[in-house]
Ligand binder design. Structure first.
Ligand code: FE2
Length: 430
């Protein structure tokens, strides 16, 4: 007897028509034609069942604040930071909590149940940290929310940057953040990485750095972060977010840098939606698009996961908590249109991100936590193409969101009928 059975599901690894039995919040069986009863049965015939999505890079303190106090006119990262600096002194805990909870509701409906959010610690009031700690507790039954102490205005550059980061970690934020390219000098950036990795080693915490989110081909903070990771014995516990300078770097230099990243076991977190929107803004034509070297890092064995970064905030006026949309953009910008490449990008929003975030019991195997999403798509490549409806979202074996399938009715002369989420148009699946 199971609590829940999905019947006839297709799985991300290509298995088709599988029954998944769930008991006591965990996956207890994965078989063809499972002979058992269940409290609830969901017909998943021909649909993709995936582990719930993970977003390893987000800013939940800024989300849904679009237009406050004004719009970003230039569209640049730097105007976004300046605009956030205007909004920040007016932030209240209540407003931050309300916006974050609304975003989490949206995330659940999209099958996104694991989120790592950076939390700006530049305002010494630390109202952002207070609010997000409250949100972390309130969403705990359905979303795993990790919080990074993030000195947005610079660890050394902000007047209270050093002390505020320490205080935020004392309050209970989970991860040490940084922004070396926003310090006053390259040398200050280097020193900040030294200090932040030391703090992480001393406190036993992971590290997640906004690292070289610039178009500067000569920026060297990625190299420093990898070296400091090794020096402090933090292998596997450090993430380099964005890494956009690598887009513009000299190829010879990168041929040395990527093996160093692999050696340090640094997790790479590109954010394709935001990178393509913000980078290259000082270029005329040709315009650089700023995405780091996804394919090349994957080929070198680096764990690459993809982040959403922003949804409706000073940096980005779009976004919908949809990690499939993030993978969809990565297909284009990283030029990864092959079937295996799309599978690799689906991994980047699921298993790779779970590894980056250190989520235990994640996956689609017997014994894993039953944190799942059923999509209106037949397989991974179709999911990335269609950005499909999340038919059901399950947390610890319990259905926590349902969305009806998208089915269009056609009223065409000679061709009346229905189209199921666009699937009629696929000549070959998988
Ligand atoms: Fe970010």
């Amino acid at each position: 007897m199971f609590d829940l059975i999905f019947r006839g599901a297709n799985l991300p690894d290509g298995r088709k028509g599988m029954d998944i039995g769930i008991r006591s919040g965990r996956i207890a069986a994965i078989e063809k034609a499972l002979e058992a009863e269940a409290g609830e049965v969901i017909d998943a015939t021909g649909r993709l069942l995936s582990p719930a999505f993970c977003d390893p890079h987000f800013h939940m303190d800024a989300t849904l604040s679009l237009g406050l106090p004004r719009m970003n006119v230039s569209g640049t990262l730097l105007e976004g930071i300046a605009l956030w600096g205007e909004l920040r002194p007016t932030l209240t805990r209540e407003a931050l909590v309300e916006r974050a909870l609304r975003y989490c509701d949206l995330a659940v409906s999209q099958g996104l149940l694991f989120i790592r959010s950076h939390v700006d610690t530049s305002d010494p009031r630390l109202v952002t940290a207070e609010a997000l700690i409250e949100v972390r507790e309130r969403v705990k039954p359905y979303i795993t929310l990790q919080l990074v102490a993030f000195p947005q205005d610079g660890y050394y550059r902000a007047p209270e940057g050093v002390r505020a980061l320490d205080r935020a970690l004392d309050m209970g934020l989970d991860i040490v953040g940084g922004i070396p390219h926003f310090e006053r000098t390259m040398e200050d950036g280097r020193r900040s990485l030294e200090a932040l990795c030391r703090i992480a080693a001393e406190r036993g915490l992971p590290v997640d750095i906004h690292c070289d989110e610039t178009d500067d081909p000569l920026s060297r903070h990625v190299e420093t972060l990898a070296a400091e990771t090794i020096r402090h014995g933090l292998q596997g516990r450090v993430a380099g977010s964005h890494l956009t300078s690598m887009h513009s770097m000299d190829n010879y230099y990168v041929s040395k840098l990527i093996p160093l990243i692999a050696e340090s076991q640094m997790n790479a977190i590109p954010n394709p939606l935001i990178n393509i929107m913000l980078q290259g803004r000082h270029d005329t034509f040709p315009k650089r698009r700023g995405l780091t070297r996804v394919k090349e890092m994957m080929a070198a064995g680096v764990n690459v996961s993809l982040g959403q970064d922003c949804t409706m905030d000073p940096w980005y006026s779009m976004g919908s908590a949809d990690m499939v949309e993030v993978a969809h953009m990565a297909v284009h910008v990283a030029q990864m249109g092959g079937i295996d490449e799309k599978r690799a990008l689906f991994d980047a929003i699921t298993v790779n991100s779970a590894k980056t975030m250190g989520i235990e019991g994640y996956g689609l195997a017997v014994g894993c936590n039953a944190d799942l999403v059923l999509l209106q798509a037949a397989d991974v490549t179709e999911a990335i193409r269609l950005k499909p409806v999340r038919l059901a979202v399950v947390k610890a074996g319990r259905v926590i969101s349902r969305t009806p399938p998208r089915i269009s009715q056609l009223f065409l002369e000679g061709r009346p009928g229905t189209v199921d989420g666009g699937r009629d148009f696929i000549p070959v699946a998988g």
